[in-house]
Design a binder for this molecule. Structure first.
Ligand code: NDP
Length: 396
């Protein structure tokens, strides 16, 4: 029998919801590239329920406990006295989510001699020290595609929120009780006609390009690999060979690359300083792609007109993290990929991975990041580990 330790974000402060804003969520037929939705043998939850918090337990409790396995779910994840770390020594499987990451560092992996599988209930396994997982032959898997469109929608929303100065205008009529048109519009523009770029046109970045095309903007991108010519042509999108060339060409930049050694702290004072004055950056990829203080300085000087995103480092950030109070930000907590719609997909995907693992069947290739002591599946296609400086490797 296996012991599964699951790190999830805490329940709402008002308690686990007794009812929801809507009665159902749309049923999708598949993902944009033809990949099938998760195919667990069964699910023990109603799609649309809150599954990503501790009481939701990703809908796994009945399935695992009925089969005699042990499931521990906790949000207490920081430091050696945390429940997460106390439960590690006899854990076979760890499940975590990027929104509330249980950082699986080399030190923690060393404390978990039985650990054989680390599942990311979402996408982005940079909270796991992949080199340590490779060395110990621990399988790392994530639920590829589960929340890619959720994130793309959030990025488009944050681009519009910044460019149109939405949040200050909203505050004028609500918490500030005013009707201050000039105050609201002195920083408001149309997106139409602007140069808008994405760094990385993978699942999320391409979905952002497709959603922005109808806004009559000039589209740009950079990636390690070019999009197929017919896609470039369909979107009228200009390719740039590197992040600097892209950053200098655009008014709005949306970041969708993974956090890998090449992108760690990529947006420093030099790169941000090379952009057009008054540019906007939206980052829904990973907080550590930015130099934290360079972002603050660029907003304060006006080099950036706005910064938005939902990813921070560390997560949760301390109360005095400067991104909470920097000017002209439209930050959210890390929520883009954990809508109730996304949760239904990644809970089902997590269960599919667990069903295969527990039955000693192969896990779907597209879910694999590390397997058999090397990068595998999606991990082999999109991750790199040489000289790893990701948060999972830095002892947090
Ligand atoms: P994909 O793997 O589909 O796309 C990533 C793209 O980035 C690929 O085209 C890849 O190219 C490219 N890439 C890799 N390294 C670099 C680099 N150094 N410079 C430029 N491009 C690079 O991933 P997704 O689109 O699904 O997700 C992207 C990232 O978004 C995730 O890694 C994760 O960090 C973040 N994310 C955030 C979420 C949130 O809730 N905010 C939820 C889900 C993901 P190639 O294929 O050639 O390697």
């Amino acid at each position: 029998m296996a012991k599964i330790v699951c790190v999830l974000y805490p329940d709402p402060v008002g308690g686990y919801p007794p009812r929801y804003a809507r009665d159902d969520i749309p049923v999708l037929r598949g993902y944009p590239d033809g990949q099938t939705l998760p195919t667990p043998e069964a699910i023990d939850f109603t799609p649309g329920e809150l599954l990503g918090s501790v009481s939701g337990a990703l809908g796994l409790r009945r399935f695992l406990e009925t089969a005699g396995h042990t499931l521990v779910v906790t949000s207490d994840k920081e430091g050696p006295d945390s429940e997460f770390e106390r439960e590690l020594p006899d854990a076979d499987v760890v499940i975590s989510q990027p929104f509330w990451p249980g950082y699986l560092t080399a030190e923690r992996i060393a404390k978990a001699p039985n650990l054989r599988l680390a599942i990311t209930a979402g996408i982005g396994s940079d909270h796991v020290d992949l080199n340590a997982a490779i060395a110990r032959e621990i399988t790392v898997a994530e639920v590829t595609w589960c929340n890619s469109i959720s994130v793309a929608e959030h990025a488009v929303m944050q681009i519009l929120a910044l460019v149109r100065n939405f949040l200050p205008s909203h505050e004028w009529v609500t918490s500030r009780g005013g009707w201050n048109i000039a105050d609201s519009v002195e920083r408001a523009y149309d997106l139409e006609g602007m140069n808008v770029g994405v760094l990385a046109a993978g699942r999320i970045g391409l979905a952002v390009l497709r959603r922005l095309a109808p806004f009559d903007v000039a589209l740009h991108y950079s990636d390690k690999r070019r999009l197929p010519p017919d896609v470039e042509q369909e979107l009228g999108v200009t390719f740039h060979p590197d992040a600097r060339s892209l950053a200098q060409a655009v008014d709005v930049l949306s970041i969708h690359s993974p956090l890998v050694p090449e992108t760690y702290n990529l947006f420093d004072a030099g790169l941000i300083g090379s952009m057009k004055r008054g540019s906007y950056i939206v980052n829904t990829a990973r907080g550590a792609i930015m130099d934290r203080d360079a972002v603050v300085a660029a907003l304060e000087s006006g080099q950036l007109a706005g910064y938005a995103g939902d990813v921070w480092y560390p997560q949760p950030p301390p109360a005095d993290h400067p991104w909470r109070t920097m000017p002209n930000n439209a930050m959210t907590p890390h929520v883009s990929g954990t809508t109730l719609s996304a949760q239904a997909r990644y809970a089902a995907g997590t269960r599919e991975i667990l069903e295969d693992f527990l039955a000693a069947r192969p896990i779907r290739q597209e879910y694999l990041i590390v397997d058999g002591g090397k990068l595998a599946g999606t991990g082999a296609a999109s991750y790199s580990v040489s000289g790893d400086r990701s948060p999972g490797s830095s002892g947090h």
